[in-house]
Design a protein around this ligand. Structure first.
Ligand SMILES: [Zn+2]
Length: 465
């Protein structure tokens, strides 16, 4: 006797593809096989559908205080949108606040998520003051469920020195941690912003013009060089420039444990969206900024070649009216960030798998398996195997949807992909054996999502090719 059986779908993992029934008991996958015996109170016919492991979005910002406001999605609306988009686990960023410790940050963000999240979650801790949190505390947290910690190399109030980065890399090497960096050269970006303001520029396009590719490439090279020297694992988040990815590839060939994340927006959207009508342009402001068409092609090349490890979203919504327009008169006051949690799977499927740039297995790896491994959630999350959590997405590869604010559930007043048609869409999302989303209907109780303490970093070295 099982709790749930999913019959006849095509099970796709990062390495396999086969038609099978999947049975679920006590929130876990109990068995996989053709025409599995046994019964269950609920049986879902998945013939004609793909069965993917639930999406793991390793980069979200729910209820994030940022640039004088708070992101529009909270842990309820944001995780509902995730469920509708085939996501069953998020890792959000918990910021160390001035004068408080990293443990305080974990507690604060736990308080935001606990009563609201409908899917499972963990937290990357954002280090802003390594004097208040000691190295001992950092290492303790790394082995107690928070292996990944992030440093911003830019933004006033958040940016960290090379000395702090070196300290954190040493902590990570010692304790089984993973350092994440937002890599942009702060001095260059700030100088360009000052100059642009002095010249009287106010428009959103200046967000991109003041954050050139060189700012990212330099910071990536610096972070990767330090990580390689110290032999500590490093993940560069939201990479938008191929030359940065190339720095990682070279270091990796020498044995460095360095990893690349990008987001659909850097593969699909371009900086020309930042021109024109203010309320249209402001919705495309983010950091690093959108790049030119040629750069998106190069990034796809790196993704196809296996040089980018994971695709996350950096889901960070700010309503155009009431939030983004805090910067109506000054581009440097626009809260930077874009929505994405709900559209990652359909976009990457349509433009990656559909166009032949990546295989189905690679799609699953990028969206679920690799993030689960890199962030210490595997094999409970990120695959379909007996004993793994029954986090599953039933995905209709032929379903066409025209994306837009009105069809999505993200709590934000615009959609960056308004009018874009995708082919392939999640239809049913299952979290720990419970159907939380079924063809437009949510059935997830608010707060049912669980905090998942993550394991220390243990991805093996790739070795030399
Ligand atoms: Zn982010």
């Amino acid at each position: 006797m099982f709790d749930l059986i999913i019959r006849g779908g095509r099970v796709i993992t990062a390495s396999d593809s086969f038609i099978a029934d999947v049975s679920v008991r006590d929130g876990k996958i109990a068995a996989l096989g053709t025409e599995l015996p046994g019964s269950a109170p609920r049986v879902i016919d998945a013939s004609g559908l793909f069965v993917f492991p639930g999406g793991v979005d390793g980069h979200t910002h729910m209820e994030e205080p940022f640039m004088g406001t708070v992101s529009s999605d909270d842990f309820y609306t944001g995780t509902l949108a995730g469920a509708a988009g085939g996501v069953t686990t998020i890792i959000d960023y918990a910021y160390q606040e001035p004068g408080k410790t990293l443990s305080d940050a974990a507690g604060t963000w736990m308080g935001k998520a606990r009563s609201k999240a409908v899917i499972d979650y963990g937290f990357h801790l954002v280090v802003t003051d390594l004097e208040t949190s000691s190295d001992a505390e950092v290492r303790d947290l790394m082995v107690r469920g928070y292996p990944s910690m992030k440093l911003f190399l830019c933004y006033e109030g958040l940016k960290q020195s090379d000395a702090t980065l070196v300290r954190m890399l040493k902590n990570a090497r010692a304790a089984g941690g993973l350092v994440l960096v937002h890599a942009e050269n702060d001095a260059l970006v700030e100088a360009l912003i000052r100059d642009a303001l002095l010249e009287g520029h106010t428009e959103p396009c200046w967000v991109a013009r003041c954050r050139p590719k060189a700012a990212e490439i330099e910071a990536v090279f610096r972070a990767v060089s330090l990580a390689e020297s110290i032999d500590a694992p490093l993940l560069v988040v939201h990479m938008s420039v191929a030359e940065g990815v190339d720095h990682l590839r070279r270091a990796r060939r020498r044995g460095a444990r360095v990893f690349a994340e990008t987001c659909p927006k850097y593969l699909l959207l371009t900086e020309d969206k930042l021109e024109g009508d203010w309320y249209s342009a402001a919705g495309f402001t983010c950091a690093p900024p959108l790049r030119d068409r040629e750069e998106t092609r190069r990034l796809w090349d790196r993704l196809s070649a296996g040089e980018i490890d994971i695709v996350s979203t950096d889901h960070d919504c700010f309503d155009l009216r009431g939030r983004k327009d805090l910067g109506r008169d000054r581009f440097d006051k626009i809260p930077l960030g874009m929505p994405g949690i709900e559209t990652r799977l359909p976009l990457l499927f349509t433009y990656g798998v559909g166009s032949g740039k990546i295989s189905l297995n690679r799609f699953v790896d990028l969206c679920s398996t690799a993030p689960a491994k890199i962030f210490g959630l595997y094999p409970e999350k990120g695959t379909i195997a007996p004993g793994s959590d029954a986090d599953l997405v039933l995905f209709d590869p032929h379903k066409k949807v025209v994306l837009g604010k009105d069809v999505l559930h993200q709590h934000v007043d615009y959609c960056p992909y308004e009018g874009t048609e995708v082919t392939g869409y999640p239809v049913v999302t299952i979290s720990r054996g419970e159907v939380v989303f079924d063809r437009g209907i949510f059935s997830a109780e608010k707060g049912r999502g669980r905090f998942i303490p993550r394991k220390p970093f243990e991805v093996p070295r790739r070795g030399r090719p």
